[in-house]
Design a protein around this ligand. Structure first.
Ligand SMILES: [Zn+2]
Length: 420
């Protein structure tokens, strides 16, 4: 849902874009947090039903003792002059903010990959989720949507729209339209009031099934979370102590799911945490399955079933390092030799790839290491969902090579190894 004042329009619009003929009604004022839609009633009702079922479970069952590990991918879109090309340091800060915000909710995020798209056609309006271009963006760029949370940074329409997050029951698990979009001007270090990275915290709350604290106004069940007091309308700025409904409790304006300024929000409640875990279990169980980790048993040969003969040799080395050899030909048809290695993080490894060039690699007796050069080729990323399947993606820096990805399947498992 968009963090804007567009009540109830955007998510539904995903399904019928043609029905959205005019700009949404924005009643936000500059400098306030606004931005995103209230949930479409149909999806909200479905979520509530799932949540009620889960509330009957023991809390311990809904929430594991150790945090649930969730993999994220950051898609960094930028425009002319690299506007919006967020630095690695800012992305790291945002990740830290997320992990701090969600620690009490028992969720922990691992950044599996950062992809950058300079001068992207989607940077401006295309990033907006209700447009055809926005839908196309996710259809084109999403990576393994069942197992990874796809997060897009681009230019929305600040101060009117800061972000957008889908609800977990809007789409099938592997649908590329799952995802979160936030304006690049909402990350830590941006201008106040959206200066602490809480926009992404909020949108991920929707992604995991939370509604706004002011959902339904003073009418029960409100946001269907019993420990967030009823709230008549969005709170802007930092109206601590506001009490807009007759029910018990002051408005939860310090909750991440209200519209208060970043400086004002710092909490999820215990039942919001339960609801997120319940939503994941009900609608997005594969997100939790992403906790699969690469171990020695991933060693072997892997190939793309759609391109038989095309694949990788992978070895898991001591020190949690993955080594890969890529068997492929260069764009000009000549043989090429790409070797990559890099650290393993959970189910993902981001490898620095090198291309062997020069005349030294010739068949004996002409092999001459002194005439063999290592050309930095780009990055090669492996993400595995289990012992037998995964995805390889690459971002070359060498001219003539295009970035891309392919699904890979195990071909061989060396004798003496087992997986997991
Ligand atoms: Zn929202």
């Amino acid at each position: 849902m968009l963090r804007s004042a567009l009540i109830g329009v955007l998510c539904a619009a995903i399904y019928s874009i043609s029905a959205v003929g005019s700009p949404p009604l924005l009643h936000a004022t500059a400098g306030s947090r606004l931005p995103d839609t209230a949930p479409p009633d149909a999806f909200a009702a479905g979520l509530d039903q799932a949540f009620r079922q889960f509330q009957t479970f023991a809390r311990a069952k809904a929430e594991p003792a150790s945090p649930l590990q969730i993999n994220l991918i950051f898609h960094v879109l930028s425009g002319a002059g690299l506007e919006g090309n967020l630095s690695d340091a800012v992305l790291h800060d945002q990740l830290t903010v997320l992990n701090s915000a969600y620690a009490s909710a028992g969720l922990h995020f691992n950044l599996s990959e950062v992809r950058r798209y300079p001068d992207s056609v989607y940077f401006l309006g295309g990033c907006f989720p209700t447009t055809e271009q926005g839908i196309q963006m996710k259809a084109t760029l999403a990576v393994d949507p069942a197992h990874v949370v796809n997060i897009y940074f681009c230019k929305l329409d600040l101060p009117f729209i800061a972000g957008y997050g889908t609800l977990p029951n809007e789409f099938a698990e592997n649908d590329p339209q799952h995802g979160v979009i936030v304006d690049y001007g909402t990350l830590p270090g941006s201008a106040a009031p959206l200066d602490m990275g809480h926009t992404l915290v909020h949108e991920l709350g929707h992604y995991f099934g939370l509604l706004h604290t002011f959902q339904g106004g003073c009418v029960e069940p409100g946001d269907s979370v019993d420990d967030t007091p009823a709230e008549a309308s969005p709170a802007y700025g930092c109206q601590l102590g506001r009490d807009s409904c007759t029910q018990a409790g002051v408005d939860p304006v310090d909750n991440f799911m209200d519209y208060s300024d970043d400086r004002c929000t710092d909490k999820f409640t215990a039942l919001q945490a339960t609801r997120m875990h319940a939503s994941i279990a009900a609608y997005r169980p594969s997100l939790a399955a992403a906790a699969f980790s690469i171990g020695p048993g991933m060693t072997g040969n892997w190939f793309d079933p759609n391109q038989s003969g095309h694949g990788f040799s992978i070895e898991v080395l001591p020190g949690n390092v993955l080594l890969a050899d890529w068997y492929v030909f260069a764009p000009n048809g000549g043989a090429t030799w790409i070797v990559a290695s890099g650290p393993i993080t959970g189910n993902t490894a981001v490898l620095q790839a090198f291309q062997k060039t020069g005349t030294g690699g010739r068949f004996p007796p002409n092999f001459n290491p002194a005439q063999l050069q290592n050309l930095a080729w780009g990055t090669l990323t492996f993400t595995f969902s289990d012992c037998n399947s995964g995805q390889a993606s690459w971002q070359p820096v060498v001219a003539g090579y295009a970035s891309g990805s392919m699904n890979i399947t195990r071909l061989t498992l060396p004798a003496g190894l087992s997986c997991p």
